[in-house]
Structure formats: structure tokens, C-alpha cells
Design a protein around this ligand. Sequence first.
Ligand SMILES: O=P(O)(O)O[C@H]1O[C@H](CO)[C@@H](O)[C@H]1O
Ligand SMILES: Nc1nc2[nH]cnc2c(=O)[nH]1
Length: 267
Amino acid sequence: MPRIAIIGGSGVYDPKLLQNVREEFVSTPYGKVRVKVGEYDGEEIAFLARHGEGHSVPPHKINYRANIWALYELGVERILSTSAVGSLNEAMKPGDFVVLDQLLDFTKTRHYTFYDGDESPHDRKFVAHVDFTDPYCPELRKALITAAKELGFDYHPTGTYACMEGPRFETRAEIRALKILGADLVGMTQCPEAALARELEMCYASVAIVTNFAAGISTQKLTHTEVVELMAKKSEEIKYLLMKSIKYIPKERHCGCKDALKGATGE
Ligand SMILES: O=P(O)(O)O[C@H]1O[C@H](CO)[C@@H](O)[C@H]1O
Ligand SMILES: Nc1nc2[nH]cnc2c(=O)[nH]1
């Protein structure tokens, strides 16, 4: 049973470093999900490509609830993900790794929770308001930071990610506003992915890879081609960072993630 999962974002579509990879088709109350499960360093690791292997699913159409529920069903406790981002912070330049620690949610049309009361398509028909003060697991963040340091990568130990609805990129004015609000990076997939993991008391962290300067800061037209090309160049480093961080993930969980529902339901 995999304790750890990797969710690959743009440019991260297959679990290259896993051995003996099998496919699991997991049924969830939100639909079926195809998850790959393999081995690395004696540990079972689950992998799913959030946009599908052919990048066929746009960010606003990803079935985040099915994805996270499927990993929960497989017994996953810890989720590491990748996010390709634009940078608003001149210190965070294309090619840099950023271990996210905060997020701002500007998405609009997504399904944000598993807890829809009586309408929930499962037996968790309660109302829940989870704490999200710190949206990322401190233990997973520490593992990613330790691995990035050990590998000698250009990395930043913190970063605030603004999640936009997409699928278009931002206007110059939106980036100006996000900068005032304190965002360092901009993307389209961390919400609701991070919150849904917290709602199922799973640990979640994301390593962002800066693929471009954001609209109005970049002197060029923004393209998805540039994003995928930069991610392809960084694919080796991304793989090594994720795999290296696995050995720094404590077996026992001492973070608050595992008790996220305590007090959240009013009980
Ligand atoms: O966040 P990931 O999945 O890396 O994808 C990023 O890349 C796409 C834009 O090129 C958007 O979907 C953005 O969110
Ligand atoms: N929203 C958004 N997502 C990205 N992913 C990679 N670059 C960008 C960007 O500039 N904006």
C-alpha cells in the first residue's frame, strides 16, 4: 500500500524513476481515477499526472476531488506535487525551485470541498471547516528543502502562490495587483488540490518550478510551450529532487495534518 504519492503537473507526466510500475483504477464517489503505483528505494509510491498523460485536462477541468480521494483510498498519507509557475518576484527566476508555504485562491468555478452536507456522495455528510493557516505540511516542506539543499539546486525555502482560474494567463494589471497582495508566484492548480488533501487529513506539499516571469514582468509573450520546454529541461532535476526528498519524509507523522478534522466539524 503506497504511503507516499506524487502528483505531477505540467511537464511531469510519468513516474520515470519508479520500478515495477502497475496501474490501479480507483473508483471514487467523484469518478474513476487511473493511478500508477511503483517502487523506489524499497518504498511503494503512487503517481498521478493531474492533467492526464497527454496533458489533455486543463487546470479548471481537473477532477481534483476524484484525484485526492483516490490517493486516500490507496492508503496514501503524504502527497508531494509539482507546479509550473510564473514569477512575480525578481529573486525567483526561471529554473528556480520554490518550496511553497502559502497560497492565495482566486479560482472561481471549482469544487472546493468533500463536505457538502447531505449532498455529499459518500457517508461523510457532515459540515467541516478545516484550519488552513498553513496550507502545506511542515514535515514534507522540510524534506523538500533538505533534498534541494543536498542536491545543490537553486531553490527558495518559501513562496506564496496565487492560484488563478485560467486557462488563460494573467493580464499585466492582475499581476500588478497580485504583487501588492504579496504573491511571489502564479499558477492554476494548487487550489483546491491542497485544501482537499487537508480535508482528508493527508499531508501535502508542492515544489514549484519557475518557468517564466509573469505577465507584464516578462518582456515576451507568455506561452504554454515555454512552460513545457522549461519543465522538460528541468525534468531530471525534478525527478531527483522528488526522489531524494522521499528518504527525508519521516515514517511517523507528527504534523497537524493528520488531525485536520479535529474541531473542524463542531463536535
Ligand atoms: O500547475 P501545473 O499543473 O504545473 O500547470 C501549470 O502549467 C499550465 C500553464 O502552462 C497551468 O495548468 C499551470 O497551472
Ligand atoms: N497562471 C499562470 N500559471 C503559470 N504556469 C507557468 N507560468 C504561469 C503563469 O505565468 N501564470
